[in-house]
Design a protein around this ligand. Structure first.
Ligand code: DC
Length: 231
């Protein structure tokens, strides 16, 4: 050991991608908490910029108008997995970004390249600043944002399981309508030109349809530990 300094573990970067309702957020938060890592919900950032655009009366059907103001909102994410936070221009928007209005508009905003460039910069700088490492969840983390991540996971689940989980979160929302809305949003997120929802070639695919949250978390934690110990 040089200069008597204690050895420090290299920060570990974990990318968790997949469509809505596959358990990405619950899994990512639990894995980060268990391993003492930071946590970043990139969907919340796209929701936050969408909230700002709605609030400022931007015409979201006009990509040029959206692109022109892509850099205006100051979005700050708190990365403690026990209490993640998100503010826009200093305003706590944690609840406001989960409304139906934002959910129905976020795919259009996040398809605009200037928006993706801006949010990707924020994500890379948070990942670079995470001393012990970070779990980053989203749609394009393994493919575009952090292509050198130590571990890439791609979560999937049947549309039925995903809709059931989402309508549970939304306190008993109509299952059929939730399933249709999810499928529509996934199709939009997967077919956009700029960094669509996609599995990286070197990602490990985990089908969570028949698994409990605890089983998925255990699986990912084991994979991270194997990477760390070089197995
Ligand atoms: O994970 P979520 O449902 O909160 O994400 C909201 C939307 O944000 C999703 O429909 C697509 C977009 N998104 C994205 O384009 N890229 C990411 N890395 C994360 C989310």
């Amino acid at each position: 050991m040089e200069n008597g300094a204690a050895p420090t573990a290299k920060p570990v970067i974990v990318a968790i991608d997949g469509p809505s309702g596959t358990g990405k957020s619950s899994t990512s938060k639990a894995v980060a908490a268990q391993l003492g890592l930071s946590y970043l919900d990139t969907g919340a950032q796209y929701r936050a910029i969408t909230w700002w655009m709605v609030n400022n009366g931007i015409d979201l059907t006009d990509p040029t108008a959206v692109a022109a103001v892509a850099g205006k909102a100051e979005i700050v994410s708190g990365t403690d997995p026990a209490a993640p936070t998100i503010t826009v221009d200093g305003v706590d928007v944690a609840a406001a970004i989960r409304t139906q209005e934002v959910t129905s508009k976020v795919s259009a905003v996040s398809a605009v390249p200037e928006v993706r460039t801006r949010i990707t910069e924020l994500q890379r700088s948070l990942a670079a600043g995470a001393e012990r490492g970070i779990v980053v969840e989203g749609r394009d983390i393994g493919t575009t944002v952090l292509p050198d991540a130590d571990l890439k996971i791609f979560l999937t689940a049947s549309p039925e399981a995903r809709a059931a989980r989402r309508s549970g979160e939304l306190k008993g929302a109509d299952l059929h309508a939730t399933r249709e809305a999810l499928i529509r949003r996934d199709a939009a997120d997967s077919s956009r030109k700029t960094s669509p929802l996609a599995k990286a070639d070197d990602a490990v695919e985990v089908d969570t349809t028949e698994l409990t949250l605890a089983q998925v978390v255990e699986c990912v934690v084991t994979l991270v530990e194997e990477k760390r110990t070089g197995k």
